[in-house]
Design a protein around this ligand. Structure first.
Ligand SMILES: [Zn+2]
Length: 214
């Protein structure tokens, strides 16, 4: 296997920045009108630390045509990780409406649509609140109520400020959302759903078993 190049990336297994060994990279030029189908690139690499595979993808510079004709350098767009998956799928214990909304948030994130990902993450959190019987007031008030009813713990409540702030920004501000902030909003959403539907349920089962064996 020959190495075609190197690319700096964050390896989630090694939990640090590494220089991926690029095995292959290629551009795909979809057929059709140029305006509708922009070329995109695939890159397959290997982490030198853990030997794990990585598949990255990126779009072409949206202004590449103008730059090309004006003899300007084309911008290098950032890669987005397609594999390994950056976020886990939610458990089947989570209601379908919540899972579908979360999956859409993940799809947005994987496509590099950070603002859309945050808006969908916020929608997912709203759906979780609704499923928990909380539909009155703002999202912040609903999350506070969840804390008061002891449905979530203090750490999760602290973290929730990220999701509601970012959600507001995504929907009402016109500043772009940073990738790390979108990632954080998604991780919170996953943690919230897992806590309510997986952790809480398993803990209850454990408690019931303990009571029964006393
Ligand atoms: Zn690694």
């Amino acid at each position: 296997m020959s190495i075609k190049g190197r690319h700096a990336w964050n390896c989630q297994t090694c939990a640090k920045a590494v220089i991926l060994e690029v095995i292959e990279s290629w551009w795909v030029n979809p057929e059709g009108e140029w305006d509708d189908f922009e070329p995109y690139e695939w890159l397959v690499g290997k982490c030198p630390g853990c030997a794990g595979p990585y598949v990255l993808t990126r779009e072409s510079d949206p202004d590449w045509r103008e730059r090309y004709y004006q003899d300007e350098p084309v911008a290098e767009m950032p890669y987005v990780q397609s594999f390994p998956e950056t976020h886990r799928a939610l458990s089947r214990a989570v209601p379908l409406t919540v899972r579908e909304s979360y999956d859409e948030a993940i799809s947005c994130f994987r496509s590099g649509l950070n603002t859309a990902a945050v808006i969908m993450a916020r929608r997912t959190v709203e759906l979780v609140c609704k499923e928990q019987g909380l539909s009155e007031g703002t999202l912040a008030q609903k999350l506070r109520k969840m804390r008061e009813q002891d449905l979530i713990d203090e750490r999760l409540f602290d973290w929730s400020s990220v999701a509601k702030d970012l959600g507001n920004n995504g929907a009402h501000d016109f500043n772009p959302v940073a990738r790390e902030d979108a990632d954080d909003a998604l991780l919170f959403t996953e943690a919230l759903a897992s806590y309510l539907y997986t952790f809480a349920e398993r803990y209850e089962t454990h408690r019931r078993r303990e009571v029964a064996s006393d």
